[in-house]
Design a protein around this ligand. Structure first.
Ligand code: ZN
Length: 316
């Protein structure tokens, strides 16, 4: 095994309400909306990307907010909990901030770390954990200072229908290293300083159902295009059926569903979100790939207008 991902590239989830999604991830959590584009397979639906100031790999949470879509339920075969890292000492700030927005929070602990667990406005399960690793975000919004702001992903909790198989894929395909087991969870780490800690409940779960409020897939980092080709080979050689390389405009993607039911993607770090917008203008305009540009007027007319805005709780 020569390949090892440095961690999570992005996590993609379903939602229903585009403005509610922006209000939660930009307004409450203070992430930057780094790209406002469409679902390339369904151009009537936005694809929204949130992250740090640059949308760095390891910080990118993305959504397909599809008005009127069916609600899913969280369960096996999904990322069950998405973990965001905040700077050491910032959890108290976040507890107070979530309370200000009336968001119920539970405190929980795993492997000696304290987690603040809550759900987004559509039921997606999230948690915050303090981590020393990872650079502070340079994006400040809603009165969240850089030394409090979400840095990016801490990692994720993978809900598997076959925990042994998911663990096998983490160790033997992605190259993660097991660093702990506590009777309930196994913990894996890799080399990155964000999106690098993955927990898997040892007990397999029954299948969840896809839809709003659930994660669709988790993408792992490949450092360049050359390594990406090697990943595709490695996945195939391990007996999985990877898709061809797909151009996702801001990264190249290969997908495969591991035998624990979770859709994995391998995504390239390049070219990134400054590919078609200046770094200071990220997320302001609806960006379309070239093949949709001729249909821009029709596509934009079908999208519900959305805006990043300061929420009333932050104005008081
Ligand atoms: Zn993806």
């Amino acid at each position: 095994m020569t390949l090892q991902t440095s961690g999570i590239h992005h996590i993609t989830a379903f939602a229903r309400d585009p403005q509610g999604n922006v209000d939660f991830y930009a307004g409450v959590l203070g992430l930057r909306l780094v790209k406002k584009t469409i679902n390339f397979d369904a151009p009537e639906v936005y694809h929204l990307y949130f992250g740090d100031q640059a949308g760095s790999p390891g910080t990118i949470m993305t959504f397909f907010p599809w008005p009127g879509s069916r609600k899913g339920h969280i369960g096996g075969g999904q990322v069950g909990i998405t973990t965001f890292a905040v700077p050491a000492g910032a959890l108290g700030f976040w507890e107070a901030r979530l309370a200000k927005f009336g968001i119920p929070v539970e405190k929980s602990s795993r492997f000696g770390e304290t987690y603040l667990q809550f759900s987004d406005n559509e039921g997606l399960r999230l948690e915050l954990v303090e981590r020393e690793e990872g650079a502070n975000s340079q994006w400040a919004f809603g009165g969240i200072a850089a030394d409090q702001a979400i840095k990016g992903f801490g990692g994720a909790v993978l809900f598997s229908v076959n925990a042994a198989k998911t663990i096998d894929a983490l160790e033997n395909i992605l190259g993660l290293e097991k660093v702990g087991e506590d009777g309930t969870y196994a913990r894996f780490r890799t080399t990155g300083d964000l999106g690098n800690v993955i927990d898997v409940p040892l007990q397999s779960m029954s299948w969840g159902g896809g839809g709003a409020g659930t994660v669709h897939h988790i993408a792992w980092r490949a450092k360049d295009y050359e390594e990406h080709e090697l990943w595709r080979h490695a996945v195939a050689q391990y007996g999985y059926q990877p898709t061809p390389v797909i151009d996702r405009q801001y990264f190249n993607a290969v997908y495969f569903r591991e035998a624990g039911g979770i859709l994995f993607e391998i995504a390239t770090d390049p070219p990134g979100f400054a590919r078609d917008e200046a770094p200071e203008e990220l997320g302001q305009k609806v960006m379309l790939p070239d093949w949709y540009e001729p249909r821009r007027a029709e596509i934009e007319a079908n999208l519900i207008p959305i805006q990043v805005r300061t929420l009333k709780e932050d104005e008081a």
